[in-house]
Structure formats: structure tokens, C-alpha cells
Design a protein. Structure first.
Length: 652
């Protein structure tokens, strides 16, 4: 063979060998890749089968919280004070909207969106996370729902939802006691997340903010349920797979008598003040009034700027719960408790005489009493019936500030009563230790003997709430046996309808001697029979015990004479009254104040008379009589009283 041919054959053989090597390498690579694929499939299908199956299931299902219906609030007679109603809301999820402003403007062409709706939405945006669904309009009409539904395709990220709304059927009546709910803010969210109850608030947007709504939040909220939904690739619900229904909140029954509450608020008219009425036998709060009031319905959906400004900046301070947080000097209503302190400490006997010459001088300072003539010889009985200041100036000096403090503290003055409402203030029951802790400069820390004198007539540093004054009056009426004041009487299970009484602490006996209690009671009865409230209780078919009081709103110098006409209305004296009835076996005790109204016998006692007539005689005053009380011109009731059962509550 030719060399060239041999070379060609050899070259072909080498090419074939290289090709076979390449084929082998490629085949080996394919086999290796196939092996890796098989191994991966085995890992996914066998090793991670259960985990991936769970993930796949979760990708096609969603767990949706079901918010429970909030529990009702009822008065002692079953009248509904807080309830729920269903309505449609138009809601935007900001994270799903390209341009919020353009979307809201376009929505305004379909449904009515006011400026206050936009402001509320902006505030909710500031308080919430962008992915949350927020209402731009609430309580849509059926026509608005239909119009939006027809054009929903134009508004990605906007939807209509059916929600439950809180409603307070009686509006402003008892608003401070009932309180209100509002949207959960960021601070509240963080607080909830730090508790064991965080899972129960999934999906919940509202929480109690004030009053019973706040203090009984755990009972009223209920238990959140869940629904397991099958979803499409786009995340829309296809069908329900499983569900655990929500448990509605418990109904809370209060001790309040809402007709009595409404009557008292009406009797105040446009005047400011507070009244607390308690059953001394068990501590049930029958009425807790703070005037002026406000409409809690304004807060449910988020109050608008105009209403908030009107409420928050008003000189009348309608948002202040005066019964719980307003502090006032008790004036002469303090004297029965000072008299009891005198008897219990042995500083006075009931028959001990003090000469009231109209003033008393101590340390070169003259403390005035009843003009220039005074009351003459005064014992304990006359000191209360005729309201002698001189008697209590001298008594305060004999007792001293710390002895007064130690006696008044167990009665609840300057202390938290423990009522089942949040936000109670303590007020001030002065002592030397209190002054040392309160003031900074050394000369301010010192207690001066002259400061003790005015404490005896309920002035000076003394500042208490009407709740504290009513609490002490109820204790006095009950012979020194003290029941913690409370509004909550029972809760009712929404499923079983079982009524569960709310447990309250056992009563405390302060250990007063019966003869001392009787001496004070007899003197307080004398106030209504021949003292400063005689005209008001003329013709009453029961015997009551009371004490009028007039307390300074601003300090008037001892050498100056009080002249209401020269003072601004908010600087005039407060009118106070404490009382209980029937005197021999009390079923109701109260304390009230009419701010800047003047004399307690003329302005405060008439309200107490109508409260007692309602509670003891089942009588509701005539329209003529109510108008007279509102004007501060009433004494004994006028006109024909109406039966309480004939009075209906307004519908909203």
C-alpha cells in the first residue's frame, strides 16, 4: 500500500477512537445528570414529601380570623346601652393602590366622600400599616353599594366589606360611665402583642377606650374564630374548607338605672357638675353623672376634626369625667365627717358647747363664720344643722392635720375607691408628710398651724371627687360598714344565657360606735327638717338626712366679702349636697356638685330631692318642675309628678 493510504487509514482510526471517547464522556455526563435528577426527585418526593405537601396545602388555603360580635351593655332593668349593627364600608388597601389621591377622587364620582371622610382616612393611614384595609366611607346606602359594585373593575385595591358597628342608642346619656370604642392604635397594638391575648385580637380593629367599654374589654370582646378557605392562584377565596365560629362577647349588666341617670342629666340642664348615687347596702352605683356629656357615637368610626376640636377645646370640658376625675373642696359637706372624727377620737362629746361669735382668731388671723353675730352656743347637732364654721375651726385646730388625715383616709377621702372604671384620681387628703413630698422648696414643705384651720370646713388643701364623697356618705349611712362601689353587676354568657354575678370584695366594718353614728345621723336629719335644706324637702313622704355645702372655686381673702356678681362665672362658688334616705334604713346615698352655682341648699339639694322621689316613691317630676330645677329656682317639687313607668326613653 502507498504510504499516503496508510496514513489516511491511521488518521481515520484515530478520529474514530477520539469520537468514541467523546461519546463515552457525553454519555457519562448524561448518565450523571440523570442520576442527579433522580436523586433530587427522590429527595423531594420521599425525604421532603410531608413538608412540601404542607406548603402546597398552605399555598392553596388561607386562614382568616372571624371577629366576634361585641357583647351588649345593659342597665339594671335590661335597657340596652350599647349594641351592634351591620353596615357596608368602602375600604382601600393602600399597598394595592398606585395613586391614592387619584383613586379617592375617582371614588368620589361614584359614592359621596366628604372632606371629613378624607381626613379620617389620612389619620387612619398614619396609625396603620400600608397593607391594612382602611375605610374611606362607612355606612353605605344600598344605592351606593350597587353603583360601586358595577364599577369595581376600575378600582384595584378597593372593596366593599360588611362590618359590625358599635351603637349607643341613648346617645349622650351616661356617656362617661359607658364609654366608647375606637380603632386600635399602634401603641395599643404593641401592648396587645405583648400579652397572652394577642391571638384573640387577630382581625380585630376596635377596642374599648373609655368607661365600661374599656374596663370590661376582656368580657365584651369575645373569642375570635377562624375560617380555612381554599384560594385561587390570585388569592381569591374559592370555598370554605373548615371553620371554627367566633364566640360573641359576654353581655355586661350594670347597676345603673338609666332612667334615673337621664333624669339627673336633664335636671342639671346646661349647668356643669357631677352626681354619684350609691346603694349603701351593697355598693351598687345607681347613677354616675358628669355634666356636660358627649355623644360616644362620634368616636366609633374615628371622630372628625371639627367635633374633636369642639369637644377638646371647650371651656365646659365635656370630655372630663367630673364624677371620677374632677376634684373639689367639699365645703360644709365635710362637717358630718369632722363631727364623727370628733366623737370617735374623744375630742368632743355630742353635748360639748362651742361659742360661735361669727369669727375665730388664731395666730393673729381671723377666720369668718356667720357674719358679725354668729350662732352663739353651738353643740354638735347645731354645728351641723346650722353649719357653724367656728365650731369646726376650733375642732380642726384641736385634732391637727395628721389626726384628721388618719381618720378620713379609711372613709376613702384622697384614696382610690376601687370602682370598676379606669382613670379614677385620688384627689388630695393633706397631711404633713403629703406636703413634704409635694413641694420642693424648704419653706413650702413646712406645715403651718394656720393651714389646719380651713381644713375643718372642707376648704384649704382638701380636694376630693364626688365618687369619694358619695362613698363616704354611703359608709356613714350604712353604720360604718363599707362596700366597694361598683357598676358591673353580672355578665351573661351569649351561648348558654347563664347569668354570672360579678364577685365584689367583702364589706369592711370601720368599727364606729353606733351612738356616734346615730348622733351624726340625727343632726343630718335636722338639716332637712329645720336646717339649710328644709324648704327643699317640705312635704316629702320619707325622712332623709343631708348636708349642704358651698365651696370656693377661687380663694377669697378673709377681709374680703364674696360677691358673685363681681366674679366670672367659672370663679363663683360651687354648690354641694350629700344625703341618704330613708334616714332610718338607707337605700340610697349620694353626693353632688353644681359647679359655680352658689349655695348648696338652693342649687344642689333640689336635685337630690328629685332623685330620692324617683328612687323611693317611683315618681318622675313634672316638666314644670324640671324647668324650675334647671333654672336654679326650685325648692319642693311643683306640678303633678309622673309615674316612672310612664316615662319612655328616646329612640335613636
Amino acid at each position: 500500500m502507498r504510504p499516503t493510504a496508510l496514513t489516511e487509514i491511521r488518521s481515520a482510526q484515530e478520529d474514530a477512537a477520539r469520537f468514541r471517547i467523546r461519546i463515552f464522556i457525553v454519555g457519562l455526563a448524561v448518565l450523571l445528570a440523570f442520576g442527579v435528577l433522580v436523586a433530587r426527585l427522590v429527595f423531594l418526593q420521599v425525604v421532603r414529601h410531608e413538608d412540601l405537601a404542607d406548603q402546597a396545602e398552605s399555598n392553596r388555603t388561607a386562614v382568616v380570623p372571624v371577629v366576634p360580635n361585641r357583647g351588649l351593655i345593659l342597665d339594671r332593668n335590661g335597657v340596652v346601652l350599647a349594641t351592634n349593627y351591620a353596615a357596608y364600608t368602602l375600604e382601600i388597601t393602600p399597598s394595592k393602590v398606585v395613586s391614592l389621591e387619584e383613586t379617592i377622587e375617582a371614588l368620589g364620582q361614584v359614592v359621596d366622600i366628604q372632606l371629613r371622610d378624607k381626613r379620617r382616612f389620612k389619620r387612619l393611614m398614619d396609625e396603620s400599616r400600608s397593607f391594612e384595609s382602611l375605610p374611606i366611607r362607612t355606612r353605605l346606602t344600598d344605592q351606593e353599594v350597587a353603583r360601586f359594585t358595577a364599577q369595581r373593575y376600575r378600582f384595584p385595591g378597593v372593596d366593599i366589606k360588611a362590618r359590625l358597628f358599635r351603637n349607643y342608642p341613648l346617645g349622650e346619656v351616661a356617656s362617661h360611665a359607658i364609654g366608647y370604642i375606637g380603632r386600635i392604635n399602634q401603641r395599643e397594638k404593641e401592648r396587645i402583642e405583648d400579652t397572652d391575648d394577642s391571638s384573640n385580637y387577630r382581625g380585630t380593629e376596635y377596642i374599648g377606650k373609655l368607661g365600661i367599654e374599656q374596663s370590661f374589654e376582656s368580657q365584651l370582646h369575645g373569642i375570635t374564630g377562624v375560617e380555612q378557605m381554599e384560594t385561587s392562584a390570585g388569592g381569591r377565596a374559592v370555598r370554605r374548607l373548615d371553620s371554627f365560629p367566633a364566640t360573641p362577647g359576654h353581655t355586661v349588666a350594670l347597676s345603673l338605672d338609666i332612667k334615673l341617670q337621664r333624669l339627673i342629666e336633664e335636671l342639671y340642664g346646661d349647668r356643669r357638675g357631677a352626681l354619684v348615687a350609691i346603694d349603701p347596702r351593697n355598693g351598687e352605683v345607681l347613677s354616675l353623672v358628669s355634666k356636660p356629656t358627649f355623644d360616644p357615637n362620634l368616636f366609633v368610626e374615628g371622630i372628625d376634626v371639627e367635633n374633636w376640636t369642639a369637644l377638646n377645646e371647650s371651656i365646659e370640658r365635656p370630655l372630663l369625667n367630673r364624677a371620677l376625675r374632677g376634684t373639689y373642696p367639699p365645703g360644709s359637706t365635710y362637717k358630718p365627717f369632722m363631727g364623727l372624727a370628733a366623737l370617735e377620737t374623744g375630742k368632743r362629746t355630742a353635748g360639748a358647747i362651742t361659742h360661735d361669735g361669727g369669727s375665730w382668731t388664731f395666730g393673729g388671723h381671723t377666720f369668718r363664720s356667720h357674719g358679725d353675730s354668729g350662732l352663739g352656743a353651738v353643740d354638735l347637732y347645731r354645728s351641723i344643722v346650722q353649719s357653724s364654721n367656728v365650731y369646726y375651726y376650733q375642732l380642726a385646730n384641736d385634732l391637727g392635720v395628721d389626726a384628721m388625715h388618719d381618720f378620713m383616709k379609711p372613709l376613702g377621702f384622697g384614696q382610690s375607691t376601687g370602682i370598676d372604671l379606669n382613670g379614677e384620681v385620688r384627689g388630695v387628703l393633706p397631711s404633713q408628710e403629703w406636703k413634704r413630698k409635694t413641694y420642693r422648696r424648704p419653706e413650702q414643705k413646712k406645715w403651718y398651724a394656720g393651714e389646719t384651720i380651713s381644713l375643718g370646713i372642707g376648704q384649704g388643701y382638701n380636694n376630693f371627687t364626688m365618687l369619694q364623697l358619695a362613698y363616704a356618705t354611703a359608709t356613714l349611712a350604712n353604720g360604718g360598714v363599707q362596700h366597694r362601689p361598683h357598676l358591673g353587676m353580672a355578665t351573661m354568657d351569649p351561648v348558654t344565657r347563664t347569668r354570672n354575678p360579678i364577685e365584689i370584695p367583702a364589706p369592711v366594718n370601720l368599727g364606729y360606735k353606733p351612738q356616734h353614728i346615730e348622733a351624726i345621723r340625727r343632726a343630718m336629719v335636722g338639716v332637712t327638717q329645720g336646717g339649710t335644706s328644709t324648704k327643699v324637702f317640705a312635704g316629702a313622704r320619707y325622712l332623709s338626712a343631708g348636708k349642704t355645702g358651698t365651696a370656693q372655686a377661687v380663694t377669697i381673702g378673709q377681709k374680703e366679702h364674696y360677691n358673685a356678681g363681681k366674679l366670672a362665672e367659672h370663679q363663683r362658688d360651687h354648690a354641694l349636697y350629700i344625703a341618704f334616705a330613708p334616714a332610718e334604713s338607707p337605700r340610697i346615698a349620694l353626693a353632688l356638685i353644681v359647679e359655680n352655682a352658689g349655695f348648696g341648699g338652693a342649687q344642689a339639694a333640689p336635685i337630690a330631692r328629685r332623685v330620692f322621689d324617683y328612687w323611693l316613691l317611683n315618681e318622675y317630676p313634672s316638666e314644670e318642675d324640671i324647668a324650675a330645677v334647671q333654672a336654679g329656682l326650685a325648692v319642693a317639687p311643683v306640678g303633678k309628678p309622673r309615674a316612672v313607668s310612664d316615662i319612655s326613653l328616646p329612640d335613636r
